[in-house]
Design a protein around this ligand. Sequence first.
Ligand code: ADP
Ligand code: ASP
Ligand code: MG
Length: 404
Amino acid sequence: MSLIVQKYGGTSVGSPDRIKNVASRVAKWHGEKHHIVVVVSAMSGVTDGLIKIAREISPEPTEREMDVLLATGEQTTIALLAIALNQIGVPACSFTGAQAGIVTDGVHTKARIKNITPKKIHDALEGGQVVIIAGFQGETADGRITTLGRGGSDLSAIAIAAALKADVCQIYTDVDGVYTTDPRIVPEASKIAELSYDEMLEMASLGSKVMQSRSVEFAKKFGVVFEVRSSLNDTSGTIVKEETGNMEKVVVRGVSLEKNQAKVTLSGVPDQPGVAVKVFKALADDNINVDMIIQNVSSSRVTDISFTINKDDIAKTRRAIEPVIGVIRAAGFTAQEGVAKISVVGIGMRSHGGVAAAMFEALSGAGINIQMISTSEIKISVVVDESVAVDGVKAIHSKFHLEC
Ligand code: ADP
Ligand code: ASP
Ligand code: MG
């Protein structure tokens, strides 16, 4: 008898019919005598809807209360799925994150899982029940409700699979696997059969939101092999696991696009020790994620520093940086919206050259100007104008012959 953890995302539980569909799929696995633990997201649109209501009441609600609010989305789904399973004669019981023993740190809205005590889960499984757990949430040791960052039900599923030492971890979503790029943007994208944790991690953190990046980090750390597949058909999906020698043969595995970026520039910054630390420490203290950082070559001991952030963090960044501007005696601060980041990812890049040149050639062929560039061992990212980003993705995707 195997222990299977399945996660169903928002679209897969987005209506009563979809919930019934999930129930009948779970019933099938349960009927085959497997132990089944199901992790669910809020119904599609619910989390966004709750955020919108809170912002109508207050422009900056406290993060503690946002967690209490957002956790209700997943709590609704666990009960509905348990009701749907019971209705078709399958014994099932639902647990919130806290009831399932998921303990997190106290960083509201992006808490980290510290440990899981799965006693109640084991007891329910032993009793023949399907166990349904609310994704995206946990509880601090002192009893505060927390959430795990957007897309965090993926993390719940992977962490529960690790804690239970599950035999199989399946992430069910609205596409039937991880594609070479978002198939909604490039319909010619092809499904990837197998990919390494590092590639999935880069793709996820560079904008391919099919998996939450923190969940992939966790899977890598604890060696949880998982499959991304569709909740609407039975075709096999994409297996994500430790890399194998074979995987290096593919130079570019996928192309990711991250919209909603902003480019921040501090101009006229004195080129002397201690400046960068003051800027980036202020941002880190406010939990602002900074991505690409570029410092220009200085002439006359003054330089410009540019970096990218999520556009939603502009106001927070301005607040964090303004006091620093005076201290470091910078000339000015600008934040430019309307930029996007395109990245190519592949572990094969370690052993193959020429990838950057081919990528830049594709962009130049499409008449697209590159504003910033950053590279690592297995990825190359560029910042471009958001209005031409999709054309850029298409040009690069085709340049590397990734279509099916
Ligand atoms: P869920 O609600 O199931 O968690 P998400 O919306 O978070 O689903 O993730 C699935 C979506 O991810 C797909 O609908 C697709 O548009 C998007 N996506 C982005 N990049 C990729 C990719 N490379 N492969 C597959 N899907 C991708
Ligand atoms: N409901 C949460 C979100 O929309 C978590 C998730 O779906 O994974 O981000
Ligand atoms: Mg998701």
